[in-house]
Ligand binder design. Structure first.
Ligand SMILES: Cc1ncc(COP(=O)(O)O)c(C=O)c1O
Length: 355
């Protein structure tokens, strides 16, 4: 059975918006557009015209990049939009639930709350290196659990879910839940994308983003990859013309070989810098623990998180604090060599004060 059957009934039967036809070399008097390209001609497609309802050449380019068929991919405004589309499409308010781990990326909870879906969180523990316990996830799944979000590598812990564990989750949930693997940081892990498992598991959906390794957070572009039946359904839910012409064109340009080579070199550099930061920060006496990370950030536990945050802020450096179960922890994103040197300098000053 296709996991489309898990979606809200009204979404399963939703038809895509019937947009005005777009045909090259025709006089277009069918879309109430302006005939004048007043905003200039910096773009290959003039801005007085609507973009494509769904950007097909960008879809092909991203599919090539991610190693899937274009039919299996929907281009989204960042992977955040994909999370929103999935929760809205699969969860009936007040009835269905979303399962994820904790701590993890807070947008799963955020969109579940907007939709009125219940959120079930399976806690991962600092003392077990925040390992994701698939048996505990399976035990926590309910009949109402339509979506299971697995963030791998996980934000903010940097932990990856080993492939055999993911496959166990996929096999055991079968057609009872869609398993959504959020691979926002996969390029920093050295592991291959689980997109290669799509043909084996019809309940697998994968989220990808251009915001991290490809250094395109400002363009707001990502993708959800999965069975064509689900992609077609999500496409009907997404706003028509969601991807603006300037975004489509600048992302297409960024996917050229030379740009990709630059992005890949940057990823290699960030991984080297991550290891340097982890090594050097471990030496400070106020640091109690640093967890290994497969991402472009890492989590540290310190004696006094408030003190570390304040000291860095005084030096013009922002770090991320979450509180709650991570009350003594801080997430550090890996910056440029110079930014990382400044962080080490700021932490060195704190060490000097005996904090
Ligand atoms: C795990 C994870 N998924 C998804 C996103 C959303 O990224 P974007 O919407 O920029 O693609 C983020 C952003 O930080 C993230 O950490």
């Amino acid at each position: 059975m296709s996991i489309v059957r898990l979606a809200r009934p009204e979404i399963q039967s939703l038809h895509a918006y019937d947009a005005a036809e777009q045909v090259d070399d025709t006089i277009r008097l069918n879309a109430n557009e302006s005939p004048m390209a007043i905003a200039g001609d910096r773009f290959r497609r003039p801005l007085n015209r609507y973009p494509e309802v769904r950007p097909q050449s960008l879809r092909r380019a991203l599919a090539l990049r991610f190693g899937c068929s274009p039919d299996a991919l929907l281009v989204t405004r960042g992977s955040s939009e994909a999370i929103d589309l999935l929760v809205r499409s699969f969860c009936r308010a007040g009835e269905d639930s979303v399962l994820t781990t904790s701590p993890s990326f807070s947008m799963y909870r955020h969109y579940a709350e907007i939709q009125g879906a219940r959120i079930i969180e399976v806690v991962t523990r600092a003392e077990d290196d925040f390992a994701i316990d698939v048996d505990a996830m399976l035990a926590a799944c309910e009949a109402s659990t339509r979506l299971v979000f697995v963030c791998s590598p996980n934000n903010p812990t940097g932990t990856s879910l080993p492939r055999p564990q993911l496959e166990k989750l996929l096999q055991e949930r079968g057609d009872r839940s869609a398993i959504v693997v959020d691979e926002a940081y996969v390029e920093f892990s050295g592991a291959p994308s689980v997109i290669e498992l799509l043909d084996t598991y019809p309940n697998l959906l994968v989220l990808r983003t251009l915001s991290k390794a490809l250094a395109f957070a400002g363009a707001r572009c990502g993708a959800v990859v999965g069975p064509n039946s689900v992609i077609t359904m999500l496409s009907a839910v997404q706003a028509p013309y969601a991807l603006a012409t300037p975004v489509v064109e600048c992302v297409e340009d960024a996917l050229q070989d030379e740009q990709i080579a630059l992005a890949e070199a940057a990823v290699t550099h960030i991984i080297v810098e991550r290891q340097r930061l982890i090594r050097e920060i471990s030496a400070f006496g106020f640091v109690k623990k640093i967890w290994p990370s497969d991402a472009n950030f890492f989590l540290i536990e310190v004696e006094d998180a408030g003190e570390v945050l304040r000291c860095c802020q005084d030096q013009g450096i922002l770090l991320r604090y979450f509180g709650g179960a991570l009350a003594s922890c801080i997430r550090v994103s890996v910056g440029s060599t110079d930014e990382n040197d400044r962080l080490l300098h700021a932490l060195g000053m704190l060490q000097g004060t005996g904090a």
